[in-house]
Design a protein around this ligand. Sequence first.
Ligand SMILES: CSCC[C@H](NC=O)C(=O)O
Ligand SMILES: [Zn+2]
Ligand SMILES: [Zn+2]
Length: 426
Amino acid sequence: STKEDPSVIISRFQQYLQINTSQPTPDYNKAIQFLISQAISLSLDHQTIELVKNKPLLLLKWPGSDPTLPSILLYSHTDVVPSEQDKWAYHPFSAHLDSAGKIYARGSQDMKCVSMQYLEAIRKLKAAGFHPLRSVYLSFAPDEEIGGHDGAEKFADSDLFKSLNVGIVLDEGLASPSEEYSAFYAERAPWWLVIKAKGAPGHGAKLYDNSAMENLLKSIEIVRRFRASQFDMVKAGLKAEGEVISVNMVFLKAGTPSPTGFVMNLQPSEAEAGFDVRVPPTTNAEALERRIAEEWAPVSRNMTFELGQFKQKTSIHDKFGKPMITATDSSNPWWGLLEEAVKNANGKLGKPEIFPASTDSRYFRERGLPAIGFSPMANTPILLHDHNEFLNQFEYLKGIDMYESVIKAYASYAQHTKDEASRDEL
Ligand SMILES: CSCC[C@H](NC=O)C(=O)O
Ligand SMILES: [Zn+2]
Ligand SMILES: [Zn+2]
């Protein structure tokens, strides 16, 4: 087969990056249309599913020769987070390629690179005459950045998904600043917390106990001490970022509004603060909830709290009651195959990590399925959700080689895994 000019591969990536799929008004139709054109050029079967109106999910299939074997799902999301355009060196949807080979775009790392690399790897495998044993599915899903409720959550719950008989899911990971690729076997659960304080209102000049502001500030101090204790373990190198509980205050809301701002000589009777809390899968969840109720928002200080507002208080357990963790030992051959495949493509996989934020993988792990987070970007600063998100074109091309090797290994795996065998019995 003839080798394709890399600049053609890069320009296809740029084309996808130039489609504005930014929340809260992603142009999903344009993205899906483009991806379908790629699927057609690869002779892959395609099907668009609207689990929710105007939120299309594209499903592609590369049929395997043994339909009795569970399939491989190459998963990605099509939406990206918003960007502050004027803080970028280049427009976030220009996909500008600079003289060092860096491609600047929102989504260049999270995760339009992965979507396109899957497709490019399949293009190469097809050109080399490879035929999969296991069926390979690709799904391009909406709404990951706003929680995945109208995307992955409904997809994983559908009869269609069941009919795909998926055995392993590949989803997004993170860039790695070192030369080792990062890979993730679990993630932290988001617990979005709002604590509210009540207290007696009074004159702004009066000193008295139990005002709403004082009550809230005491809680904030206690939360900050907890935050520091967790952060210290990371700083001391005792734990990785994904292994501690993170708590970050994300809003403060209090005061009595007036046409000129706030009333200055009145102490308000209510005050609240919001926290983005992320919980590792092996946390004692009851103990953490007790801590919140007894220390962070105690009734004794006139406080209340709400967990799971904005639909985010995810369980750290799957539906079988086990911590949502994909095995990395010999019980899960997919991990070893990934390591091996990366090595065969002249890369090196780092130690398995817990993803510090959230991904759609949780909807698959919830069902007891193994899911691995892997975005092949080595020697790259982690810039997801940041200004000037970029990916170097040479890393992008290397990533295609990684997937070529990984997809080949996964789609050729002939044995039933232990997992698959036990699922068959259900
Ligand atoms: C919790 S739902 C939002 C998902 C989002 N995912 C990636 O950044 C995150 O904040 O982790
Ligand atoms: Zn993402
Ligand atoms: Zn994201």
